[in-house]
Design a protein around this ligand. Structure first.
Ligand code: FAD
Ligand code: DLZ
Ligand code: SF4
Length: 511
């Protein structure tokens, strides 16, 4: 007697041959379920490029599985029988096949984990083995620590993987070369940006569907240039390693009005969706270093982002639990300014970061942290609204990685689980790291009065309105001393002008 058939769920960001659910399945017995569903495509208004990327990559993954002999029940978004949700599709397919159980890989969002737990057909959620640190390993590391600092977690991951190790010592004698990675924006960039791919027939079909169904969402769909299959993602990685990695470290934090990608890899959407294994990226970077093709500061920085930050963020998300995205330590309650949805602002740094987010579903780390994130924090925006914006607009965004970056690192809404102080800065930081201020309608050197850079005003307003919380923080003492040394009238003017700016922002006036 043959064993009862089962369903094997593969989600849109689980497109790896080695994904746990497939590894535990049986080609001869089981049916793989993949589904483009309205619930997943609209729990936030995802950028059309993000939806198109996932649907195209899903369709190609399903085709490869079929070629490899799997039975795949694939539901397209426009299938008249589409139930609109992952659980609905599992129930429909269970009825079709007589399956009484489902094998799944744990999703990257608590929302979907809960939905699978409540599914009337039992779902076995297997650990997602695509990550370096399991939940248990992160918990063991976190246990008993007062502060969960990335740096110490990262060192364990270095030892575990052996990347850039010289015996039991870090290569070059230091664990972290971040100090060398803060060069201001160069005059020009010798890298033409990420490898771009012309849409094939499958991608074109998806683009038409997405245009019709999600054309009204924030974001430009065409030109669409993302990789949608592993071979392409690998080529994009090689292109980065050969042409950009050597300078990645130096200009990691820089921003330029005329260049959207600088020396960044632009691979996060591929790695997060399963098209590219993080190990391949780290192996290739280390090989470039060993061959003398890329310097240590660049390669250490790149590997740290992946086995350090990326793994640590995931650890934090699962450690902190499903309520994490509701946190609001600073009691911020302003609405997200409307210019986050149309880039229509005179603040050039923001219009550039948001404009390119609209066009590419991509912005690099410092744009996300020190421009859009910094402004939202300074302006006291409700962190949940900030979280939903980031989750919607970036092609690499899923809660497991987006929420700790936004709620924790960027908005300090978790009260300091990730960082010992909030990432806030005045315009001076943006001026140092970019060329935006040179042509901005606001004047970065101007602290008050007509045309003063809003970051300058809001920076002090933030510090003063949260003085009770941060006054005793040794890492912020210097900032408060600087404010206290200002002339009394000047302090009053700064705070009053900041209030006026915030009132204009609240009223919906163009700023
Ligand atoms: P590079 O700068 O070339 O870095 C290489 C790789 O390192 C990335 O591909 C990524 O996999 C990894 N990485 C770097 N920094 C981080 C980080 N802080 N957390 C996790 N991985 C990291 N990253 C996402 O993948 N999804 C998100 O939704 C996301 N939201 C963010 C929100 C905010 C407010 C901030 C400050 C950062 C966010 N990041 C997010 C992290 C980072 O900005 C992106 O991973 C990076 O910009 C992706 O571009 P890249 O591939 O060119 O990265
Ligand atoms: C983000 C996304 C979108 C837009 N659409 C789908 C979909 O139609 N089908 C699917 O299986 N997955 C989709 N995803 C990815 C899921 O939302 C993701 O698996 C969860 O958020 C967990 O990370
Ligand atoms: Fe941004 Fe201020 Fe510089 Fe304008 S002057 S680009 S608002 S930091």
């Amino acid at each position: 007697m043959s064993a009862a058939p089962r369903l094997v769920l593969v989600l849109g960001d689980q497109l790896s041959d080695q994904i746990a659910a497939l590894a535990h399945a049986d080609k001869g017995r089981d049916t793989v379920v993949m589904a483009e569903v309205a619930d997943e495509a609209s729990y936030v208004p995802h950028h059309p490029k993000k939806i198109a990327f996932l649907f195209a990559a899903m369709r190609k993954f399903a085709a490869r599985l079929r070629d490899a002999g799997w039975t795949v029940a694939y539901t397209t978004l426009d299938d008249p029988q589409n139930t609109g949700s992952i659980v609905g599709e599992l129930l429909r397919r269970a009825e079709d096949t007589g399956a009484e159980e489902v094998i799944a890989t744990e999703p990257g969002e608590w929302r979907l984990i809960a939905a699978l737990e409540d599914c009337p057909v039992p779902v076995h959620q297997m650990p997602d083995t695509r990550f370096l640190a399991s939940h248990a390993e992160f918990e063991t590391w976190a246990e008993g620590r007062k502060q969960l600092r990335m740096e110490y977690f990262y060192r364990e991951m270095r030892r575990k993987t052996g990347y850039l190790m010289d015996g039991d010592k870090p290569e070059g004698g230091k664990w972290n070369y971040d100090h060398d990675n803060r060069k201001p924006a160069p005059d020009d960039i010798a890298f033409g940006g990420p490898m771009q791919f012309t849409p094939d027939e499958t991608v074109e079909e998806v683009l038409n569907l997405v245009e019709e169904r999600f054309g009204g969402n924030f974001g430009t769909l065409r030109p669409f240039w993302f990789a949608t299959e592993p071979a392409q993602a690998r080529r994009a990685l090689t292109h980065f390693i050969q042409n950009a990695l050597p300078k990645f470290g130096d200009y990691q934090d820089a921003m330029l009005s005329e260049n959207r990608f600088l020396y960044h890899a632009v691979i996060s959407m591929y790695v997060n969706a399963g098209l590219l294994d993080w190990r391949e990226a780290c192996d290739a970077a280390e090989a470039a270093y060993r061959a003398g093709d890329a310097p240590l500061n660049a390669v250490e920085g790149f590997i740290r982002q992946i086995i350090g930050w990326r793994e640590y963020m995931r650890g934090i998300y699962f450690h902190e639990g499903p309520e994490y995205t509701q946190r609001n330590f600073l009691d911020h309650d302003a609405d997200l300014p409307s210019f986050y949805w149309d880039a229509d602002t005179d603040m050039l740094c923001l219009s550039k970061a948001i404009g390119q987010t609209r066009d590419e579903a991509y912005a690099h780390h410092i744009q996300r942290l020190m421009v859009t994130g910094n402004f939202a924090l300074l302006a006291g925006v409700d962190p949940h609204q900030v979280h939903e914006w980031y989750l919607a607009v970036y092609a690499d965004a899923y809660e497991w990685v987006e929420a700790p970056n936004v709620i924790g690192m960027s908005q300090f809404a978790d009260g300091g689980v990730l960082g010992s102080k909030p990432y806030v800065s005045s315009g001076a930081y943006i001026d140092r790291m970019s060329n935006h201020c040179k042509t901005c309608a606001y004047k970065v050197k101007q602290k008050t009065g007509e045309g003063a850079c809003p970051f300058n005003l809001l920076y002090w307003h933030f510090l003063i309105r949260h003085r009770d919380r941060f006054d005793k923080n040794p890492r912020m003492a210097q900032m408060y001393r600087t404010f206290d040394r200002m002339d009394g009238d000047r302090r009053e003017i700064v705070l009053a002008e900041a209030e006026q700016f915030l009132a204009r922002l609240r009223s919906g006036a163009r700023v």
